[in-house]
Design a protein around this ligand. Structure first.
Ligand SMILES: Cc1cc2nc3c(=O)[nH]c(=O)nc-3n(C[C@H](O)[C@H](O)[C@H](O)COP(=O)(O)OP(=O)(O)OC[C@H]3O[C@@H](n4cnc5c(N)ncnc54)[C@H](O)[C@@H]3O)c2cc1C
Length: 376
């Protein structure tokens, strides 16, 4: 079967790329698993914040926020963003780190407010009086409906004539006669353009295709769900993040999601939580709050996959005709997906970066390591 664009990987990156590419030609997404959101996409903390990451990430996030707030008609039935807020907290010994986080945050979140400890505890009453010394609130941070966003892209892909094929692991990837050929158990496919949206496996896909890898590092992050304290409604709490990023907690459907904000390098895999990280989350949250964690209801780990400069690798590889990268989304792959998908579709077809992204100060050159760029 021949199409215009083959996309490897049906997570958020591949779904967004497929959705925008389908405006320009016939798209086939090949996903190795039975469920497209099985890996990082289904395991995130679902937070949207415009203060996170470097300049390229922030431009992609701001543009994606516009999409989330006003998606095309029929994209989703409910709002994709809901107010959450992030409360950054620090103990007395972390004053310098707190001031640095505050100064950095103020540059991008005009509504950011310093709170007295008592005001912070009014928002999250379990914070310990003897631990909490500094706090600021970023009220604009939002919860994302990750499932609705992912399904919106896949529904839109189909409406535009595109296809998602699951359980379609490539057995062979090669460039022949000006086309990328991919053989899977589900059949053989060919296209002039191959988009590598394989998440933690994107370097492995490149190697299988005979293309130089970019040094992606999958980092494990752990999350657990615990019951809220008896008698306290937690739904309206902001997400609480320690400025040292040693833990965070976040309301999640009436329960609390905790994470030790770990970043452990591991090979690409169906990653599982390590008991030590689970224990660290419980210990750190117990030191800063009065939460009594007796039982962990659910726990998981996911891979946040970063390029060495923590910027997504996005665009055509000058060393391999028709090979296009959509990888290295790190901890921002949901909140940047619409803008990254639109950028990918433009760059894959030889167009300039969308004007909206250029107006936000982003250049295509920022999205590819020197080695992958023409003349680089
Ligand atoms: C604990 C945690 C918290 C996070 N919190 C946030 C957050 O608050 N906000 C945010 O924006 N982001 C967050 N992230 C990051 C976000 O989840 C990722 O950046 C995003 O999901 C990456 O999407 P992806 O499609 O690249 O990867 P994936 O969802 O992993 O998709 C890649 C897909 O490629 C498939 N694949 C692999 N190899 C092949 C192959 N050879 N052929 C075909 N298919 C293949 C895989 O099966 C997989 O489905 C978090 C991540 C974690 C783990």
């Amino acid at each position: 079967m021949a199409v215009d664009f083959l996309v490897l990987g049906g997570g958020m990156a591949g779904a967004a790329a497929g959705y925008f590419l389908a405006e320009r030609g016939r798209v086939l997404i090949l996903e190795r698993e039975a469920i497209a959101g099985y890996h990082a996409t289904g395991r995130s903390a679902a937070l949207y914040t415009e203060t996170y990451g470097n300049a390229a990430i922030r431009a992609l996030t701001v543009a994606s926020g516009r999409f989330f707030r006003a998606p095309p008609s029929g994209f989703a039935e409910a709002p994709l963003l809901r107010p959450r807020g992030v409360l950054m907290v620090a103990p007395a010994g972390d004053a310098a780190r707190f001031e640095a986080a505050l100064a950095a945050g103020r540059r991008f979140a005009p509504g950011l407010r310093v709170l007295a400890p008592a005001e912070a505890r009014a928002l999250c009453p379990v914070l310990r009086e003897d631990w909490l010394a500094h706090a600021f609130l970023e009220p604009e941070a939002m919860d994302m409906d990750v499932h609705a966003i992912h399904q919106g892209f896949l529904r839109g892909l189909r409406a535009r004539g595109g296809t998602l094929l699951t359980q379609a692991a490539p057995r062979m990837i090669a460039r022949r006669d000006g086309l990328w050929q991919v053989e899977t158990a589900a059949g053989s496919f060919a296209a002039p353009v191959l988009v590598n949206a394989a998440g933690a496996w994107a370097d492995e896909v490149a190697a299988a295709a005979g293309v130089a890898t970019v040094g992606l590092r999958p980092l494990r992050r752990t999350a657990l769900i615990v019951a809220p304290p008896t008698g306290l409604a937690v739904d309206a709490w902001p997400m609480v993040v320690d400025v040292a990023e040693s833990f965070y907690l976040k309301p999640e459907s009436g329960r609390l999601l905790l994470s030790p904000a770990d970043e452990t390098p591991v090979p690409p895999q169906d990653v599982q939580p390590d008991e030590l990280d689970v224990a660290l989350a419980v210990e750190r949250v117990a030191a800063a709050t009065r939460l009594e964690i007796r039982r962990i209801e659910r726990k998981w780990a996911g891979l946040r996959t970063f390029a060495p400069d923590r910027t997504p690798v996005l665009g055509p590889d000058a060393s391999a005709p028709g090979f296009v990268w959509m990888a290295g989304q790190g901890g921002y792959g949901i909140q940047t997906a619409p803008a990254a998908g639109a950028a990918l579709a433009a760059l894959a077809t030889g167009e300039a970066l969308p004007a909206e992204l250029a107006a936000l100060g982003l250049a295509a050159a920022q999205l590819l390591p020197d080695r992958l760029r023409a003349g680089g």
